[in-house]
Ligand binder design. Sequence first.
Ligand SMILES: [Zn+2]
Length: 509
Amino acid sequence: ILAGPHDILKLYNPQGNIINISPQLSPNSPHCCYKLEVVAADCNSELLGTELAVALGFDLSSMEKRLQSLEKKILTEAGETPAIVHEMKSQVESFREKLENVEHLSWLGLFKDLSEATNKPSPFYHKRTLRKTREECEHVKEKFLQMSSLEVSEDVRQYLKTPTFDNWQWEDAEIMVLLQVMYADLDFISAFNIEPEVLQQFLYEVYQRYNNIPFHNFKHCFCVTQMMYGLIWLTDIRSKLDSIDLLTMLTSAVCHDLDHTGYNNAYQINARTELALRYNDISPLENHHCAVAFEILEKNECNIFRNLTIEQYKRIREGIIKCILATDMLRHNEILNKFKSILPEFDFSNKDHKDLMMIMIKVSDISNEARPMDVAEPWLDCLLQEFFNQSDMEKLEGLPVTPFMDRDKVTKPSSQTGFIRFVLFPLFIELANLFPCLEQHIIDPVRKALDYYTEMEKALETEKQNRTQSDKTGKSDILSVVTGTVPLETLRVKCLAQGHDGSKWDLNL
Ligand SMILES: [Zn+2]
């Protein structure tokens, strides 16, 4: 390896784990050697400078030189350095600092600058394959296994328990580490004797079986699980339910959209897909997500429940099936009404508390709007993109088009205001009735989101009216030349009109 004294290096042991470079390291041998990797190079080094220029698309040092000569020229001509030059210089400086800094190497200690969002969704999903490729998976797996032995900081662990958590800052391998943290911090590892390798293999299989689609992807799985995790802590439900119930809830969230292909149940049924045929049009997707979950758990090396008793396993399987099937929105009112009816005499020791678990996963599944606006809004773009892909396909195949998915009918705010008023609020309010502490965490942000989209909707409406108004004025101007006072709405003829300036207009009204 070619490395200089200012380069940053990463050292791996033969198992591929990152280890500290220290004088205490035991010596290696030819058949059992450490691996050294240069992860950040000194920008001033000639060789790496050229490599960096190629990677960045521009050469930092030549840019700096050019800036210097320009500065000199301006100084001689103008007598003083203009402010813009100072500004450009400081920009170059801060960019250099960023390049040479170790902070962006988040895997080193799961460092995160939590104030800045990264990894916002890419709109180029159509360029990728639906299923993840092997290379893609293996790369992420390697990263995940390297990181999984690192301690996650206490700050991150606490942040992970809050509904304000920003998923966009984390890449897939890191997300798997965070999921691992959830299992550990809820004490599942010790309570159910889950071996770390089994949990890792399980999470990796789950990651693999979420597809490259705009919305129902691995990041959505994480968000739903993270919200469930947050709700568990916020409501202190650990004091009321046993750990089997909690394990059921968290694992259901992890598995609830496995192998989603981006087309909803209505499409599956109308297009008579394999899934619809297999499940006789009864929640084809949810049945499939659940079946894939247990397919993964059937493999011994992935079975996080393998040390449970038969009785425990039976209970957990029953619970997971119930929870995942409850995420079919077609059953929304049925489940909500049942929950409402038991709410007045809610009793955590009653077996009916299982319905509470269904409500919790339902809330988590549609909880994006309870997150901070800059986390929630990109998710809405993702959702609409998935909807539009479906409606485009429906149009192509001559299938009925679901109105709320039609790009010609839906706008961003209009898709949200109705959904929040008629679906989100009624559901969230019932859960907050049981846990009043949730009011500030999930109801208040949703209320803010509703205000935001209502305003946006109004603005769009005004704009539309203005446009129609100006269209009308324009048209009646022309019409008056030909017909006098014919009401525009009743006129459905193609006519030749003459404008004030004498030009001819071919109107199709
Ligand atoms: Zn979902």
